[in-house]
Design a protein around this ligand. Structure first.
Ligand code: AMP
Length: 284
């Protein structure tokens, strides 16, 4: 069963009646199989999963796509209903507030900032983005009070920031990171892929292919780091990379000489569309 709540008051009432432990998936809607994979895991773990659909204005910069971000609630609900057919006894509570004031009324002045890693990589290109994300996720956690919350590793830096916020503030919530769902071509699913023209979509394949090639070159061996770095330097001659970086998978430090696990983080830009991707690997 799917229950749709459009106001915070309804959410608070529903949550106060809830006797079961719950999982939570926060999204901005325009759902695809990446989002659905998070919900599926939530439904495997819990009888009821709360699922938010909210295009949060505070995580968009002034020249970003907040206004044109696709809003497709009816279609989103059918994808959820469809998944629920395979979980006949379970329930999804969708919180789809119509206006930002629904979410922020009373807490407009609150600002959450995870200092250490918010201004590098994605944060250096999108100033204030991660504060917007941390603030809205904190607010949603406060309202939903889940036992576990599911995030895609597609937004790897975001995942680390949320995990850090939860540990710094000692919130009683387990953060689960879920693998990236990709098209057969390798392109990571994203609501922003629909902005791509047919030629741009073809050109976008360089992103996942490059990451795969670097990971294959590394082959889990620290001794291969320098040839991997050379490969990265060569690839970066293409000006469409916003960044393509090898970092420590936990701290995101660029000092990876003794890292146990590394992450490759990349954004490849086609026109105005920025495509994010990443891959992790343990090193020996
Ligand atoms: P968004 O609606 O873009 O804010 O994403 C909501 C959640 O879905 C975030 O935790 C994302 O990391 C996750 N997500 C988005 N795309 C994918 C994907 N291709 N695979 C797995 N998770 C994803």
């Amino acid at each position: 069963m799917v229950k749709v709540l459009k106001t915070t008051q309804e959410l608070i009432s529903q949550r106060s009646l809830e006797k079961r432990s719950i999982g939570f998936v926060p999204t901005m809607g325009n759902l695809h199989q990446g989002h659905i994979s998070l919900l599926k895991k939530g439904l495997e773990d819990f009888d009821v999963v709360y699922f938010s659909i909210f295009v949060n204005p505070t995580q968009f910069g002034p020249n970003e796509d907040f206004n044109r971000y696709p809003r497709t609630l009816e279609n989103d609900l059918s994808l959820i209903e469809n998944l629920l057919k395979t979980f006949p006894n379970k329930e999804v509570v969708v919180y789809a507030p119509l206006k930002p004031e629904e979410v922020y009324a009373g807490v407009e002045k609150r600002h959450i900032s995870v200092l250490e890693i918010k201004d590098i990589l994605e944060g250096s290109i999108r100033p204030g983005h991660f504060d917007g994300v941390a603030t809205v996720v904190y607010r949603l956690f406060e309202l939903v009070k889940p036992q576990k919350a599911y995030f895609g590793l597609k937004d790897y830096q975001q995942f680390l920031i949320i995990r850090r916020m939860v540990s710094d503030l000692q919130l009683p919530i387990q953060i689960v990171g879920m693998p990236i769902i990709r098209e057969d071509s390798g392109l990571a699913l994203s609501s922003r892929n629909q902005y791509l023209s047919a030629e741009q979509k073809e050109a976008s394949l360089i992103l996942s292919r490059s990451l795969k090639k670097i990971i294959q070159t590394l082959n889990g061996q620290r001794k291969n780091l320098s040839i991997a770095m050379d490969l990265i330097t060569g690839l970066k001659e293409d000006p469409n990379w916003n960044y393509l970086e090898l970092r420590d998978a936990e701290s995101l430090s660029d000092n990876i000489s003794s890292s146990k696990e590394i992450t490759l983080l990349a954004v490849y830009q086609l026109g105005t569309t920025r495509l994010l991707d990443n891959m992790q690997m343990e090193l020996q």
